[in-house]
Design a protein around this ligand. Structure first.
Ligand SMILES: Nc1nc2c(ncn2[C@@H]2O[C@H](COP(=O)(O)OP(=O)(O)O)[C@@H](O)[C@H]2O)c(=O)[nH]1
Ligand SMILES: [Mg+2]
Length: 367
């Protein structure tokens, strides 16, 4: 069916590369066979099937898509990145909220109450966790699932424990990509629980729009991160457990926090961080918290701060992936692996100046 009009000067025996007009027929019977999407190992379907399922909001396929994203196997990496490429254009339309606070402050209980409250208002809620220590404890949010029992059973929610995978950097990358998958699946509120241990707060701050710090009355400043500068990352401080005999103490703590917040640098330009009380157990104070978040988003979208932050977060993501990739390439280089122990020893026993040792390792092809 292909029409060739071969010029006279074409060499004898040449093919259609010399034809002046080539029309490939695409009709039935052509020998062009469609490549069948390949299923992946470990019971994962193909990237096409996963992407389709996520876009349709299928929770089982969303969970499998995240399993692919979280996989540490090198053969899954390419497929995972291809999946992200497919999902990214339909992601982003959500409010990303980080919830931090020391263990026991009531974050999981709050997420259960707040999540259900948001769902009742018509939202779809995804809950993720960032806990670099969870690879030791096999995912603390799994234990928390008992606190999120009703939420985890609700068809409009999706709960995912912290990815195992050791270093915070790995956990952060996977969580960012998981956010994209959840958004592509139609979740418009993403709640990310993080434990109150230093670095993970900074990491979560760099991937959310709004950062909520949960506290309780009378637990001491040291424990609650007030002295660690975590307050300066927060867009809202919530004093939880304002119920029963605790109400007064919670109100008092809230007042003191509002005073203290006057003197601190605020996390978001043009936004004054406040303190509020709530009871995650009694489900009180939730509408007030949501009103703050909505006001924050409205203000930020009007002023441009919201989109600016998202843009700089993408840039940060790029930079951190780049750093990770460079370090991986460097340390997996056979020459580095061979030389490093010797150079470490020489530096340690003083026989080689530090700068010289660094220079010896950094050969031009590694830079
Ligand atoms: N009285 C009261 N207890 C609460 C409240 N929220 C959480 N708790 C309790 O505090 C403990 C820790 O809660 P959890 O949600 O696991 O805290 P997380 O470690 O911050 O996630 C649990 O025993 C909860 O039942 C609340 O609003 N009021
Ligand atoms: Mg918890």
């Amino acid at each position: 069916m292909t029409k060739h009009r071969k010029p006279e000067w074409a060499p004898a025996g040449s093919g259609k590369e010399f034809a002046s007009r080539v029309m490939e027929a695409k009709s039935a019977g052509s020998n062009v066979s469609e490549a069948k999407p390949k299923a992946l190992s470990r019971g994962l379907p193909s990237v096409e099937v996963l992407a389709d399922g996520v876009l349709k909001g299928d929770r089982t396929l969303l969970a499998k898509a995240i399993t692919l994203i979280e996989s540490n196997s090198p053969q899954h990496f390419e497929a995972g990145q291809e999946l992200i490429r497919k999902l990214q254009p339909v992601s982003g339309d959500s409010i990303r909220v980080g919830v931090t606070g020391f263990p026991g402050a009531g974050k999981s209980t709050f997420i259960e109450s707040f999540g259900l409250w948001l769902i009742a208002k018509g939202h779809k809620v995804a809950v993720l966790a960032v806990d670099p220590s969870s690879s030791l404890s096999r995912g603390s949010i799994l234990g928390d699932k008992t606190r999120m029992e009703e939420l985890s059973r609700h068809p409009d929610s999706f709960i995912r424990p912290s990815p195992s995978g050791g270093a915070l950097g790995g956990v952060t990358r996977k969580t960012r990509e998981t956010i994209i998958a959840c958004e592509a699946a139609g979740y418009d509120i993403i709640l990310i629980e993080t434990v109150g241990v230093g670095q993970s707060e900074v990491a979560v701050r760099s991937m959310v729009d709004f950062f909520l710090l949960m506290q309780i009355a009378g637990a001491g400043d040291e424990l609650q991160g007030i002295k660690k500068g975590i307050m300066e990352l927060a867009d809202l401080v919530v004093v939880n457990k304002a119920d029963g005999i605790n109400v007064q103490a919670a109100e008092l703590a809230c007042g003191e926090l509002n005073n203290a917040l006057h003197y601190l640098r605020h996390a978001t330009p043009g936004w004054t961080t406040k303190a509020l009380t709530c009871s995650a157990a009694q489900k009180t104070g939730l509408p007030e918290i949501w009103r703050e978040i909505e006001r924050f988003v409205d203000l930020g979208k009007t002023s441009g701060v919201f989109d600016d932050r998202r843009q700089s977060q993408v840039l940060e993501w790029f930079e951190s992936l780049l750093t990770e990739a460079i370090l991986n390439r460097f340390y997996s280089d056979p020459r580095v692996q061979a030389d490093l122990p010797r150079l470490r020893e020489s530096v340690q026993n003083g026989s080689l100046p530090v700068l010289l040792a660094v220079k010896q390792l950094l050969s031009p092809e590694l830079l």
